[in-house]
Ligand binder design. Sequence first.
Ligand code: FAD
Length: 428
Amino acid sequence: MDRRHFLKFSAAGGALLTGCAPFQVKDTKAHVVVIGGGFGGATAAKTLRLLDANLKITLIEPKTQYVTCPGSNWLFAGITNLTQLSVDYRTLQVQYDIDLVTQSVATIERNIRQIRLTNGDSIGYDRLILSPGITFKWDAIAGYSAEIAAIFPHAWQAGLQTRILAQQLQAMPQGGVVLIVAPPDPYRCPPGPYERASMMACWIKQHNPRAKILILDSKRSFSKQRLFEAGWRANYGYGTANSLIEWHSLADNSINELHKASKTVISEFGDRFTGDVLNIIPAQMAANLAMHAGLTNPHGWCDINPLTSQSVEDDCIHVIGDAAQFTPMPKSAFAANSQAKACAMAVFNLIHQQPMSEPHWINTCYSLIAPEQGISVVGVYRLDDEKRRIIAVEGAGGVSHAFEEQISRSEAGYARSVYQNLIKNSFG
Ligand SMILES: Cc1cc2nc3c(=O)[nH]c(=O)nc-3n(C[C@H](O)[C@H](O)[C@H](O)COP(=O)(O)OP(=O)(O)OC[C@H]3O[C@@H](n4cnc5c(N)ncnc54)[C@H](O)[C@@H]3O)c2cc1C
């Protein structure tokens, strides 16, 4: 083993020796449990099976149908529906021989490597892959809560709330106002609020042309801003008095209160904004399960060793997807899929006590400005020379060259095919 391989191996192997007891090389029935059947969890389970025909793999997910967040903003322009956005786990079960447990996990009993389900059953594991997604910092906006979100949907976990928000948009009085309260970094899908505004504007342009969308942002700038703004100028009168979209940066003066009865949100310095439709997207953190298991840092995210995606708190647990801190990768389905593949490889190597292979990751995010106009951002990532941090590969990736008719038309087509490929790659 050369020095380079030794360093890579010992970085992971060191962790393996301290906590998670090694498997026998010939132990072909190691049990890997995956929690969360989203893009991260589904891809991890599938990839592990592709790597190892003999592992026992269990996927735990409470929903029988998973509604994808990617594509869910398209619902506001009326170009998709929840059925088209839904996937199930049949292929993973039948074709990839993954045991599916349709339950929620109540607790992870780390000391005995066991999971307790909400129905009281327990499942033991040799290695655990955790991809539970996000939850919201409900206390960030006084007056907003999980219950109130049923009335003023965040629609940041696609499903019923997405449909309710679309219905509210469609029922809005002529000349009405939509307020989108955009969250602080980091959050899932950095371009998401702006794609949403675009898709809503596309709908109101046809059905309610005097209406307006106000984005109240706790950030100074946002993902693909130059391209979004160019697209809004071309389609929605952005920058003019009649613009369908207005973007207001409220950095240092964020929205921190909701007055439900008057449909008003209030900023730290007392600025008030009243709307007919309120889409409040709160600040985010890793899903509750990760916090209750003691796997989160003070900001609410799970720190990991990027070489293996092992939690820094527990060598037997790998955390991927939105819940994990893969900075500078954004929190996206594409990124979760990429992290899941690298994680599956690491789990395979640890189980079989093989040297670690060095992971690389990719992210691609397409956004629609209008049904036939798209923009994109791509990033390629690797480990730094110390194998401790993730860094962007210089010269790889970037954003769409410009918002031009021909390019954006092609990118709208790519957006649809990337979505279909991602679904197939993760769940099919
Ligand atoms: C509006 C919107 C648009 C987006 N568009 C894009 C896009 O175009 N491209 C892109 O790449 N990304 C996009 N994203 C981001 C993408 O949806 C997320 O980054 C991705 O879903 C993260 O995958 P994940 O596996 O980490 O979490 P999730 O997909 O949220 O999956 C987590 C799963 O864990 C399950 N779970 C949670 N707790 C438990 C528990 N206790 N027990 C068992 N299971 C549990 C949940 O039921 C859920 O199914 C978008 C997001 C939004 C909100």
